[in-house]
Ligand binder design. Structure first.
Ligand code: SF4
Length: 294
């Protein structure tokens, strides 16, 4: 049985950078805290915990003083930085540069256009990156989790829309189409009232067609991701949409050898929050199970 790893699998550069900065900080021997899980991958979180990283919640952060805290790739709202200043917290800034620039754009836009223009954020409720984006406009943005939320928009006023970086391009395009249709129904010209910002990250979006192509080439696909990963969910759906024999696992212990009965090729891939070392470990375990069959 042939087992192949999809070549682009592994961390995106934003997560890789955050992990490197954390590992570097841990080398000093000081206590290092991460505000929320450093990455949406339980296995990688455990690995870093074993190196000494302490993960704290936002409530715990409020009471923490004089310590070093990593801000993960998803970023944080301005409130977090205010608390850090008050509590003499030394921030290790690992916000992904792409997220940082979107936060700035949202903020600048909001300050320039004022309250006459609605600020729309397409994203997952309670997702760290979305909280960070909403925080740029003093909580005055409208969160759209999907088409079902578009009645929250006032269609007599213009709007700017931004997306969480890890959303699907197709779903964003469909949402934009529906919003434009509603404006047109109100008598406005197409595109007149809605300014679209293309903020979906290429590191995720470009991986989607690659994974679809890869999934078609194999009998079985093993998709490795943390259960809480947004892009993991989206990319898994992309794989299972073209190959029904796609299995979602978070660790090697979840592999079921019956999945590989009478199978000649297995593809292993994952989310942008899945470490490459874990993907390799999964591929090795599958290969080992196959060699035991002989
Ligand atoms: S998915 Fe893109 S925006 Fe998000 S952390 Fe990775 S590189 Fe940055």
């Amino acid at each position: 049985m042939k087992v192949e790893i999809e070549e682009s699998s592994g961390f995106c550069f934003g997560v890789e950078n955050a992990i490197k900065m954390t590992e570097e900080a841990l080398k000093s021997g000081e206590e290092i805290y991460s505000l929320g899980h450093i990455v949406h991958n339980e296995v990688e979180v455990t690995r870093l915990k074993n190196l000494g990283l302490r993960t704290i919640s936002h409530d715990e952060f409020r009471n923490l003083k004089n310590r070093k805290v990593v801000i993960r790739a998803h970023g944080e709202p301005p409130e977090t930085y205010r608390i850090a200043r008050e509590n003499n917290i030394d921030i290790i800034e690992a916000t992904c540069p792409i997220v940082k620039s979107i936060q700035k754009k949202v903020k600048d836009n909001f300050e320039k256009s004022g309250k006459d223009v609605q600020n729309l954020i397409f994203g997952k409720r309670e997702h760290a990156e979305v909280i960070g984006l909403l925080g740029q406009t003093e909580g005055k943005s409208i969160l759209l989790t999907g088409i079902e939320d578009i009645d929250k928009i006032d269609f007599s006023k213009p709007a700017d829309i931004f997306s969480q970086t890890t959303k699907s391009r197709e779903k964003y395009a469909e949402l934009i189409k529906q919003i434009r249709l509603r404006y047109e129904k109100g008598g406005y010209r197409p595109g007149e009232m809605l300014k679209v910002n293309n903020t979906i990250c290429g590191q995720v979006a470009n991986r989607e067609p690659k994974l679809k192509h890869f999934s078609r080439q194999h009998d079985v696909i093993i998709f490795v991701s943390g259960k809480k990963s947004s892009n993991g969910k989206m990319l898994y759906e992309a794989c299972s949409g073209v190959n029904p024999s796609t299995y979602f696992i978070s660790d090697t212990t979840e592999i079921n050898k019956q999945w590989f009965d009478k199978v000649s090729t297995v593809g292993v891939c994952g989310a942008t929050s899945t470490p490459k070392w874990l993907i390799k470990k999964v591929a090795e375990k599958i290969q080992m199970l196959d060699s035991k069959k002989d």
